[in-house]
Structures are given as C-alpha cells and as structure tokens.
Design a protein around this ligand. Structure first.
Ligand code: ATP
Ligand code: MG
Length: 225
C-alpha cells in the first residue's frame, strides 16, 4: 500500500509500496528515523486514514472496501490503541476510562468484570476509582494499556507508548506490554524510537523513506541507497 499526502509541489510519498503481513500473536516493532513514515503506517493499519493505493486486510477483511460507518465499527471492535500521551479523559475515573471502548462498541456484557481483571493485570487494582488526572504518567500509561486491551482486539496499535516516560518507567511499560502480549496471544504493532528498551521481540520492521524493510537495519546512513 502507498500513502501520498498533498499534491503537486507539496506532494509527500509518505509510504511507497509497503507490503508485509503479520500473524496473530506477533509482537512487532516499527522503527525508523523521524519522518520516515511510521505513524502514517500505523494510522493506515488503525483505519484512522485511508491509503492512496493498495489494500489492508485485517482478519481476512479488505478494510479498504469498507464505507466510513463500517470502518468506525470495525475499528471499535477489532482494534485497540495506545498513544504517546495516555489520552485518558481526566474527568472520568481510571475504571471508567478503561470501560469507554466497550461502551462505544456497545459490548457492555461483563465489561466491568473484564476491566477490573485487566486493571489488576496492569497493577492498578488500587487506583481504579481515582480520577485519571490524579495518577502518575506511568500509571496512566498502564491504564491506557488496559483500555487498549478491553475489546479483545485483533491488533493493539501503539505509537510511541513510552515516548513520554522516564527510562525506568519505560522499561516497566515495555515489559508489561510484552507480558500481556504473551499471556493473551495478543498481536501488538508498536512504533518506537526506544528500540533498545524492547530487547528481544518477534519481529522488527524498519521504515526508511517510506519503504519497509524486514529486521533491524544497520544505523549507518546510506547503507540502503
Ligand atoms: N497529514 C499530513 N499531511 C502532509 N504530510 C504529512 C502528514 N502526516 C505526515 N506527513 C509527512 O509524511 C512523512 C511521514 O510522516 P510520519 O508522521 O509518518 O513520520 P514518523 O516516522 O512517524 O516520524 P516521527 O518519528 O517524527 O513521529 C513526513 O514527511 C511527514 O512530514
Ligand atoms: Mg510518528
């Protein structure tokens, strides 16, 4: 798939014929320098924007054929998101924040029980009734992970989930994501500048100038050109 932003002189080929497939349960890192196209790729897979050319299949569905209504419900039911800033709603409690995706997807059955289980798993059992603006950055990111998992999504997409955290907290959040992924056989696609914190993962995809390469690339500039 390809993504072109703008037109004429302002045209940017943000992704150029990117092709790969990811298996259920894989923990995949997307790495690459600033402006290489990582967030663009994540936004395409997350159905937040559409590719200019090409197709994206999720669980066998060609998502590029879905109309806007169907895209929204597909996104709410099949995808979980974790952002750089936890994006919790500050007026709601931690528990209420985690429950939101279930309310949006209207799958409220046993939602509270599921949310409490997840909050327990991310170590927030004693924080769940606090308002979201009364917890630390690391705790907020733990809550965001629970929120990203509450719909049992096919894929959890994370864009710089540790980008706003100190190194010690980052390490803990990385370990938590990896543990949750293993325990739940949950597919994760994570964009990060924090390659070394993630250590051993199932797979690394490097984006360079809108092209995708399998694996970690040597960092020397120009090695691929
Ligand atoms: N909405 C947009 N309109 C026009 N150009 C865009 C838009 N979003 C991104 N771009 C351009 O597309 C290219 C890829 O951007 P993208 O945000 O995907 O990079 P990135 O790898 O996520 O960078 P970073 O590591 O800094 O977050 C860049 O040249 C960027 O300027
Ligand atoms: Mg980005």
């Amino acid at each position: 798939m390809s993504k072109i932003y703008g037109q004429g002189e302002n045209q940017v080929n943000a992704l150029d014929n990117v092709t790969f497939s990811i298996e259920k349960g894989e923990f995949v890192l997307i790495v690459g320098s600033s402006g290489s196209g990582k967030s663009t790729l994540l936004n395409m897979i997350g159905l937040l924007d559409r590719p200019t050319y090409g197709k994206i299949f999720i669980d066998g569905t060609d998502t590029t054929k879905l109309d806007d209504n169907k895209i929204s419900s597909f996104r709410n039911n099949k995808l979980g998101f974790i952002f750089q800033f936890s994006n919790l709603l500050s007026d709601l409690t931690v528990l209420e924040n985690v429950l939101l995706p279930r309310q949006i997807a209207r799958t409220n059955n046993s939602a509270e029980e599921d949310a409490k289980k997840l909050l327990n798993a991310v170590g927030l059992e004693n924080q769940m009734n606090k308002r979201a603006n009364k917890i630390s950055g690391g705790q907020a990111q733990r809550a965001a992970i629970a929120r990203g998992l509450i719909n049992s999504p096919s894929i959890v997409l994370a864009d710089e989930p540790t980008g706003n955290l100190d190194s010690v907290t980052s390490e803990k959040i990385v370990q938590l994501m990896k543990t949750m992924a293993k325990e739940l056989n949950q597919t994760f696609i994570v964009v990060t500048h924090d390659r070394q914190h993630f250590g051993d993962v199932d797979r690394v995809i490097t984006i360079k100038d809108g092209h995708a390469f399998e694996g970690d690339l040597p960092s020397e500039v120009g090695v691929l050109v």
